[in-house]
Write a protein that binds this ligand. Structure first.
Ligand SMILES: [Fe+2]
Length: 376
C-alpha cells in the first residue's frame, strides 16, 4: 500500500488539478508564518479554504479530535496536511473522524471502517515539510495520551493519504537540527523495515534504496547541500513506503516509550537507540545475517561496518549517541521502570528480528544511557 506520489521542484503546482470546493489545510503556526500555507493556497481554486494550524509537536488525541471537528464544520472534500509527521498524522486521523464518531484508539489495522459507515468522502493530500517520518506514505499515526504520558498508535489502511507531494521548496529552509533528527528517523525506518520479520520483496526494494540514499546524503543535507536535501526528501517517503509494508521494530519501541516520557523529539529518540539495537541484533546469528545482507546491498562490508558508519554519521550531524547526552542520570533511572513498561507493551517490539524480554530491554536502556557497546 502506497500513495500516489508527485515529486520535484514545483510539485505543489499539481494542486491545480484539484476540484474540491471546500478544503481544510492542516498545519502548524510556524509553517504558516513561513508562508507555506499561502504557497499552497495559490494553486487551489476552492470556494472555501479553512486553516487548522494548532498542531503541536507530538500531537495529542485532543488535537486530532479538534481538527476533525473543524473538518466536519467545513464539510471538507479535501484535507491537505502540510507539515512534519505530527501534522500528517493529525490530518490522517481527521479524515477518518470527519465521518466517524469513534475513539481514535479503536482505529486499528483490523477495524473495517466501511462497516462502521465510512465512505471516504474527503480526499487526503500530504505535503511533507520534513524528510523523516514517512507519515505521508504509511497507515500508522502516532498520537499522545497526555494524561497517561504514553503514545497511542492507531493504524488503518484508510489513513494512507491518496497523494503525497514532495516539493523541495518546503524543505529548503529546514533548520539543520531538524534535518538531523528527521534524517535519523528515516534511516531507522529504512533499516527496521529491511530486517522486520514481515519484510517482503516490495518493502525490501524501498528500504534498501532508502538506506543507500540516506547514507550518501544525510551529512550533505545537514550541511545545506540542496541536491542532497532533495534526495533525503525522496528517501524519507521511500522508507515510509518500505516500513509501511513491513513494520518497524525494537528501535521504535524503545524510542516511543522514552520519547513519550521525557518529551524528546521522535527522531532523536529512535536515532540514539539505533546503534544499540543493531549491536543487539549482531549478537544473534540469524539477525546478523539480515544486517550483513543489508550492509552489502548498500555497498558496505558487513553489519559491523554499517553500525560504524551510522555512528560516524551521527557524530557528523551532531545527534546524541548515548542517552546521557539527553537526560540526567537521576531523572532517567527514576523514569526507567515506567518507560520500560511502555516499551515492552509497544506493538513494534514483536516485529523485531530478535525480540528481547523485559530484562534485556532494561539492559538495552542502561547500556544506551552510558554509551556501552551491547555484549549480550
Ligand atoms: Fe519513526
Amino acid at each position: 500500500m502506497i500513495p500516489r506520489t508527485v515529486f520535484g521542484d514545483d510539485a505543489v503546482q499539481h494542486l491545480e488539478n484539484e476540484k474540491a470546493e471546500r478544503v481544510l489545510i492542516v498545519t502548524d503556526k510556524q509553517l504558516r508564518e513561513l508562508g507555506y500555507v499561502d504557497e499552497v493556497k495559490k494553486y487551489l481554486k476552492a470556494e472555501k479554504i479553512e486553516i487548522f494550524d494548532d498542531v503541536e509537536p507530538e500531537p495529542s488525541i485532543e488535537t486530532a479530535l479538534k481538527c476533525s471537528k473543524i473538518a466536519r464544520d467545513v464539510d471538507a472534500q479535501l484535507i491537505i496536511a502540510l507539515g512534519g509527521g505530527s501534522v500528517l498524522d493529525v490530518g490522517k486521523m481527521a479524515r477518518i473522524l470527519l465521518e466517524l464518531d469513534i475513539d481514535p484508539e479503536l482505529v486499528t489495522p483490523f477495524t473495517d471502517l466501511y462497516e462502521l459507515g465510512f465512505q471516504k468522502k474527503a480526499k487526503l493530500i500530504a505535503i511533507p515539510t520534513t524528510s523523516g517520518t514517512g507519515a505521508d506514505a504509511t497507515w500508522a499515526m502516532v498520537l499522545t495520551d497526555t494524561k497517561e504520558k504514553r503514545k497511542v498508535l492507531p493504524a488503518n489502511r484508510e489513513a494512507i493519504p491518496d497523494l503525497t507531494i514532495l516539493d523541495y521548496r518546503f524543505v529548503e529552509k529546514m533548520p539543520p537540527k531538524l534535518v538531523a533528527g528527521t534524517g535519523m528517523d528515516a534511516l531507522t525506518h529504512a533499516i527496521e523495515g529491511a530486517v522486520s520479520p514481515w519484510r517482503n520483496d516490495f518493502s525490501d526494494a524501498m528500504c534498501e534504496k532508502a538506506v543507500e540514499i540516506i547514507l550518501e546524503n544525510l551529512e550533505k543535507s545537514y550541511s545545506g547541500d540542496a541536491d542532497a536535501r532533495a534526495k533525503m526528501h525522496h528517501a524519507a517517503t521511500m522508507a515510509g513506503m518500505g516500513f509501511g509494508n513491513s513494520q518497524v521494530g525494537l528501535v521504535h519501541a524503545l524510542g516511543h516509550a522514552f520519547g513519550a516520557y521525557f518529551k524528546v523529539h521522535h527522531g532523536i529518540c529512535v536515532g540514539v537507540f539505533l546503534p544499540y539495537a543493531l549491536q543487539y541484533y549482531i549478537n544473534d546469528k540469524e539477525s546478523k545475517k539480515l544486517l550483513d545482507y543489508l550492509a552489502v546491498r548498500v555497498k558496505l562490508k558487513d553489519a559491523e561496518t554499517l553500525v560504524e558508519r551510522i555512528l560516524e554519521i551521527m557524530k557528523n550531524i551532531e545527534v546524541p549517541t548515548k542517552v546521557s547526552e539527553i537526560v540526567e542520570e537521576k531523572e532517567f533511572f527514576e523514569g526507567l521502570e515506567e518507560v520500560l513498561n511502555h516499551a515492552i507493551n509497544d506493538a513494534c517490539i514483536v516485529t523485531s528480528p530478535r525480540c528481547p524480554g523485559t530484562d534485556e530491554v532494561r539492559k538495552l536502556y542502561e547500556y544506551a544511557f552510558y554509551g556501552k557497546k551491547i555484549d549480550f
